[in-house]
Design a protein around this ligand. Sequence first.
Ligand SMILES: NC(=O)C[C@H](N)C(=O)O
Length: 323
Amino acid sequence: MSKILIIHTGGTIAMEENKESGAVAPGKENPLNATLENLLSGVDVMIDDFLNIPSPHMTPDIMFKIAERIETRIRQEHISGVVISHGTDTLEETAYLLDLVLQTDLPVVVTGAMRSSNELGSDGPYNLISSIKVACCDEAKGKGVLVVLNDEIHTAKNVTKTHTSNVSTFQSPQYGPIGIVTKQRVFFHHTLTNRDRYHISGLTKNVMLLKAYAGMDSQLLFAAGNLEIDGIVVEALGQGNLPPEMMEGIKHLRKKGIAIVMVSRCFNGIVQDVYGYEGGGKMLKDNGIIFSNGLNGQKARLKLLVTLEATENPEDLHKLFLR
Ligand SMILES: NC(=O)C[C@H](N)C(=O)O
């Protein structure tokens, strides 16, 4: 019989709507546990009520604690797979951080819900059961951390929240889901070709994320230079270009030894050093900017947070971000 460890962290999936005020908030008891009793058979579940927080309260340090908790439980007990329930706002970040630092090849699935436990059409119990089905599945081994909602299986690396309220919010814009969950089976139809993970003992660096816009200048970059930061991710324009007025600030941060990773604010494609004009990709590359490989800004930030634990050498960081 499969033994599945369920780690609850909170989010709408564990919340209730107050019928008078309409406010959605965490209740005293996690309603998911009752669901499990009623809906599951043939699976041995171990429930860890680790947290009950909305996911905007999640931090990389807590994500790392979840990773340590998973590794410890896997070392101590016979576990077939892990399911983590989580708020959807930062779900993709926790999933990706776990993907970067977990050393296990067992299935690890992150899920959530868009509707709270007592709302009409509540999607939490369904998503939880789908996730348990995936975590029980041999084929889910070695695929990295997976995100399962709305009958779809996504990789932590590619999935993102695309809609503020729709239950089909989780999408992998560039590549689509890697599998589906139906009433009768879990079906993987393709697989991730490159995945990286790092053996680190904690997160000690400070990395920030900035979004570029037409007419942006260097003010925020100079302000960032006065903060205690080790790295910065810039969501640049198009294939990886910035307004020329940002160049001064970029050079200033590089002189201070702050690692700068660039992603695109487009949600498809990768950044490249194509353009030779002032602020264009070629000039950015010449100034030591690291080009990322299609990750979105929030995930590139986590990757820089993790990789800076392993190396501060720009050449090495550059290679890691090509993966
Ligand atoms: N659907 C959700 O879970 C959203 C909620 N604000 C959270 O992330 O905790």
